[in-house]
Write a protein that binds this ligand. Structure first.
Ligand SMILES: Nc1nc2c(ncn2[C@@H]2O[C@H](COP(=O)(O)OP(=O)(O)OP(=O)(O)O)[C@@H](O)[C@H]2O)c(=O)[nH]1
Ligand SMILES: [Mg+2]
Length: 260
């Protein structure tokens, strides 16, 4: 997902999946469930009369009471499943719904959509109970689309899953862009820290064992100091510190979460 042309190709795949599938699973990151919903996906599913189920994946990274709040919120619009591909949670709930739909329709194709790195391929592996789709902490792992037979009636479509023309800087805030490929990781990390300081400063304290100041730049410095990331002359290596924080977010090491 580097060049615009490639991006548009991925986008058209997602659109095609929305056409082919009977059911759409919109996979979101349970840490930021609303930010990783995609209005284009939801809009297109609505227009095409497809069942859409929101799957909150990575629920192992957030507390129960937050999950309940998030589920109640999203369930006003869509059926919502709490899932953890890593801990193999939510599989039965999801299978029950899919089997129910399959019974009515004889055969269903389930399109798996969602931002890069939310765990679409991991979810497929969890349902399939073996490693069939390639997963990776690097966003943009899955290219093209892959049809996977779950049972006689249910087929899953693994995809890059994204319908968006958002900028890399915005995708990085969602853990959906490789930090090393950002033009200015420091700027993005500062913006990210600002949000975390506001919503979940304890997550920074817990992971980096630092003082969290209300100033994101100062906090970035504190983290760089703590990690001992320095350039020649003893100055903090801002670039390296920024990338590290964004990678920790992407990899689930940083357990911040918020609804809005
Ligand atoms: N903590 C946690 N991590 C998860 C979970 N599911 C997936 N991951 C991790 O998230 C990263 C991305 O998983 P993938 O399944 O490759 O995500 P994807 O949505 O298919 O990503 P793309 O193919 O790049 O769009 C991997 O490092 C997974 O190990 C989960 O339930 N909990
Ligand atoms: Mg994938």
């Amino acid at each position: 997902m580097q060049k615009p042309r490639e991006w548009l190709r991925e986008k058209s795949i997602a659109k095609q999946v929305l056409k082919d599938a009977n059911v759409v699973l919109e996979v979101v990151d349970a840490r930021i469930p609303l930010e990783t919903r995609n209005s284009t996906v939801e809009q297109l599913a609505k227009e095409r009369n497809k069942d859409l189920i929101v799957v909150l994946n990575k629920t192992d990274l957030v507390p129960e009471d937050f999950l309940k709040k998030a589920k109640d919120y999203i369930e006003k619009e869509y059926k919502t499943i709490l899932f953890s591909a890593i801990q193999k949670k939510g599989i039965d709930d999801l299978m029950k719904i899919l089997k129910q739909i399959a019974k009515e329709k004889k055969l269903i194709k389930v399109g798996i959509l969602g931002y890069p790195n939310v765990g679409k391929s991991s979810l497929i592996n969890a349902l399939k109970k073996r490693k069939i789709a390639t997963t990776s902490p690097k966003p943009g792992m899955t290219r093209g689309k892959q049809l996977i037979k779950l049972d006689d009636r249910i087929f899953l479509i693994d995809t890059p899953g994204i319908i968006t023309l958002e900028l890399p800087e915005d995708l990085a805030l969602k853990g959906s862009w490789i930090p090393d490929k950002l033009e200015d990781p420091v700027e993005v990390a500062i913006k990210f820290l600002q949000k975390v300081i506001e919503k979940a400063p304890q997550a920074l304290k817990q992971l980096y064992k630092v003082e969290v100041s209300s100033d994101p730049v100062e906090t970035l410095e504190n983290i760089g100091n703590k990690l001992n990331y320095k350039v020649k002359g003893g100055e903090i290596d801002y670039d390296r510190t920024a990338k590290k924080i964004l990678w920790d977010w992407l990899k689930g090491n940083l357990r911040a979460y918020w609804l809005e």
